[in-house]
Design a protein around this ligand. Structure first.
Ligand code: ZN
Length: 299
């Protein structure tokens, strides 16, 4: 490949983006879809660098530095701040896209566009259909099903997947040569195929001990049926949405590993179904205490 992409994995996707550029076949709108923390936003940002920098993504020119800091006038970046993207934001964006560009492209990067209100989507549609010259939209989404079909039909969708543990181990060892093999293996295991989590863990020893505790707690729950313990745990956890998600992810990982080792079918298969159902309930705003207690009763 011609450029250094600052991500782990997704080589097929980045190669296809480079190919679009070198064969003059750039789409005017891309949607990078897939699980959180796998590198979708980083790919969007890196692609913006590659498109805008006059020196082959040099990392050092004014353009590169401004894009890094999200202050480049022709590269507009919308990070997910937890809120929705309303029509006012899109109106202002369209105005900015129509102003004359000082760079090669006008680029709009928006993280998790499922946050866009229906009104905002409809407002954006016409611009997506007939964008101002040299405008490129780079969107990310975790839940494709929540993006309006009218938007989906106007973008090139690239699907991101979890990164295989072996690839994570190999790349982390290259990037952090001073870190011990055992730590790297442990971090790769804890990050469950999400390079973004792996980077967080590399930089935060407290986070590692948080994951260690979660793993040992959940393994204990699976092997011993102390209902009182479990309910106390739910009580401590119910108001921490991040922890609830982590619990469900790690539980899935532990059970899948046990299944792969040939243990406990069909009991474990049933638990996996229960976990999926719990995720479904939580996504539909069912009380998290109720959903978790129900799961704990069934594992
Ligand atoms: Zn540059």
């Amino acid at each position: 490949m011609k450029y250094t992409w600052r991500i782990i994995g997704h080589e097929r996707l980045t190669r296809s983006l480079e190919n679009d550029l070198s064969t003059d076949n750039l789409g005017h709108a891309y949607l990078f879809a897939g699980p959180e923390k796998v590198g979708k936003f980083t790919v969007a940002k890196t692609f913006a660098h590659i498109l805008q920098c006059e020196n082959n993504f040099c990392h050092t020119c004014k353009t590169c530095i401004q894009i890094d800091k999200n202050s480049h006038p022709d590269t507009i970046v919308f990070r997910d701040d937890g809120g929705s993207i309303g029509i006012d934001v899109i109106r202002e964006l369209i105005m900015r896209l129509n102003m004359s560009a000082q760079s090669k492209y006008k680029i709009f990067i928006a993280e998790n566009i499922e946050r866009m209100t229906e009104e905002a989507c409809n407002c954006l549609l016409k611009t997506l259909e007939e964008p101002p010259q040299n405008t490129i939209f780079l969107f990310t989404a975790i839940y494709l099903k929540r993006v309006l079909p009218t938007i989906l039909s106007r973008v090139r969708i690239l699907k991101f997947h979890h990164c295989p543990e072996g690839v994570l181990i190999e790349r982390l060892a290259e990037l952090y040569p001073e870190t011990g093999e055992e730590t790297i293996e442990q971090i790769s295991k804890f990050s469950l195929g999400k390079p973004g989590v792996a980077f967080d863990l590399m930089n935060d020893p407290q986070l590692i001990s948080y994951y260690k505790t979660l793993y040992s707690d959940l393994q204990r729950f699976l092997d011993h049926k102390g209902i009182f313990d479990r309910f106390m745990y739910v009580k401590e956890t119910e108001n921490q949405p991040r922890k609830v998600n982590d619990i469900l992810d790690i539980l899935t990982h532990i059970i899948r590993s046990r299944l792969m080792a040939g243990d406990g079918q069909p009991h474990y298969t049933k638990i996996l179904d229960k976990i999926d159902y719990t995720k479904f309930l939580l996504e539909h705003n069912i009380n998290s205490k109720l959903a978790l207690e129900n799961l704990m009763l069934n594992i």
